[in-house]
Design a protein around this ligand. Structure first.
Ligand code: MN
Length: 201
């Protein structure tokens, strides 16, 4: 299930920075694309530093091994591996290229926005909490998407005031990412963001 060269890819721009004074970033991410789907995972380990990184990489490693599963199953596995770690805020986002739908599930303060070419902004709200291995119910939402849509997903280290203008002012995700970098005014927390653009066809 590797990506064929004639299939149009999802473009992404990724940025990560550790909290000031730290060497390692407590956030982790994982992105995987096949001809059938595009999966994007962001995990924000509680606190910062090495223990936070251990918690968030436990989650992204599971995603790496089981990216083919639907995100409900994946979330439950992410929760299982979080037991014994500090815990993590996690968001799972999976685009089904054939159905032109995406599924989203999250726990904790990770933000996600999808902006369609017709100007519609979709932003499932964050759910309070974090993964720690404790039994909990997760909510998965499914939405349809238009080809050419752009998206932004980020941990709470990035604070943004205005979202829509970010999508309307910049013609491509490289420019969007440059703008976001300039918007960062503090490094009091680890920062991770991924900006993406879905293929037009
Ligand atoms: Mn954070």
């Amino acid at each position: 299930m590797t990506l064929e060269s004639n299939v149009q890819r999802v473009k992404t721009e990724v940025y990560q920075a550790p909290k000031k004074g730290n060497v390692c970033c407590g956030d982790s991410y994982y992105v995987k694309e096949t001809k059938d789907y595009f999966l994007c995972v962001i995990a924000d380990g509680l606190g910062s530093g090495e223990q936070a990184m251990a918690a968030s990489t436990a989650v992204t490693q599971v995603a790496e091994s089981y990216h083919h599963l639907d995100i409900e199953q994946l979330m439950s596995m992410c929760n299982d591996v979080s037991r014994g770690t500090r815990g993590a805020a996690v968001a799972l986002l999976k685009f089904d290229k054939h159905k032109q739908q995406f599924a989203y599930t999250n726990v904790g303060n990770i933000r996600f926005y999808l902006y369609s070419p017709n100007g519609e902004l979709t932003y499932p709200l964050p759910v309070k909490g974090f993964l720690s291995g404790k039994m909990q119910k997760f909510r998965t939402q499914t939405f349809s998407y238009q080809p050419g849509s752009k998206f932004l997903i980020h941990t709470d280290g990035l604070e943004l005031k205005e979202i829509k203008s970010l999508f309307t002012r910049y013609i491509n995700i490289i420019q969007m990412s440059e703008h976001l970098k300039k918007e960062i005014c503090s490094y009091n927390d680890d920062i991770t963001y991924i900006v993406g653009e879905l293929p037009i066809v």
